[in-house]
Design a protein around this ligand. Structure first.
Ligand code: ADP
Length: 220
């Protein structure tokens, strides 16, 4: 489904160099749930951002469904990501002045074309899928932290992505709410979604099909 080979990345700022990834590899099978753990600063978030094509690596290869996408132009990567990849973060990045439904519709709102009735129906179906039926009209500020993360997951689902990249999706939630988000991710995996999740929570990480550990910029 997805493969990263020998990924390298060095950040440079104000004359300082920091080599963050030095040959990280990862393979994800179709429908597989992989968790990435490791000490703070080991490169997990940087690696995830490269896997999801938000950040360009310095070296290495990324293969998606057997196709080498490493040298795709930014435009082609944006297209690939918006069609096939979904990304969620610890802080859900909802727009506070848009309703839950409008937040879910955001991936459709990038062009000049207005949102269709079909797309609104799909957004409501995604809200229902994450347990938020009837809450589409609410503003994020009127939802709990767990519900806000569910809206972000519904937004990730609206495009029928094949791969979900999640960076500390439970990081900002209490235990019970984090638990319910983990259950939801398990259900989505059951629907056939492949998931790559970065977490510092060893207990959640162990529930994935496979857990890998990053040590000093490599997958150990
Ligand atoms: P983790 O997710 O495992 O905590 P990160 O990938 O966030 O690790 O960070 C790894 C290292 O890279 C850290 O030392 C961090 O300070 C550094 N780093 C991350 N992003 C940048 C950046 N944009 N510029 C400079 N250094 C960065």
């Amino acid at each position: 489904m997805f493969e990263a080979r020998n990924i390298t990345k060095t950040f440079r700022s104000e004359g300082l160099e920091s080599r963050v990834l030095c040959g990280a590899d990862l393979t994800v099978e179709p429908g597989e749930f992989v968790s990435i753990v490791g000490r703070s600063g080991s490169g997990k978030t940087t690696f995830l951002n490269i896997l999801s094509t938000l950040l360009a690596p310095d070296g290495g290869e990324l293969l998606y469904r057997g196709e080498d996408v490493t040298n795709f132009s930014r435009a082609r990567l944006n297209e690939l990501r918006s069609r096939d990849f979904a990304v969620i973060f610890q802080f859900h990045h909802l727009l506070p002045y848009l309703s839950a439904r409008e937040n879910v519709l955001l991936p459709y709102m990038q062009g000049v074309r207005p949102v269709t009735a079909e797309q609104r129906k799909r957004a409501d179906a995604c809200l229902e899928r994450v347990g938020l039926s009837g809450k589409g009209d609410k503003l994020p500020g009127h939802l709990s932290g767990g519900e806000q993360q569910r809206v972000a997951i519904a937004r990730a689902l609206v495009k029928e992505s094949a791969l979900l990249f999640a960076d500390e999706p439970t990081g900002n939630l209490d235990k019970a709410t984090g638990e319910s988000i983990m259950e939801l991710l398990g259900d989505l995996k059951g629907d056939g979604l492949s998931i790559v999740m970065v977490t510092h929570d060893g207990e959640y990480a162990a529930r994935a099909d496979r857990m890998v550990t990053m040590v000093e910029g490599r997958v150990a």
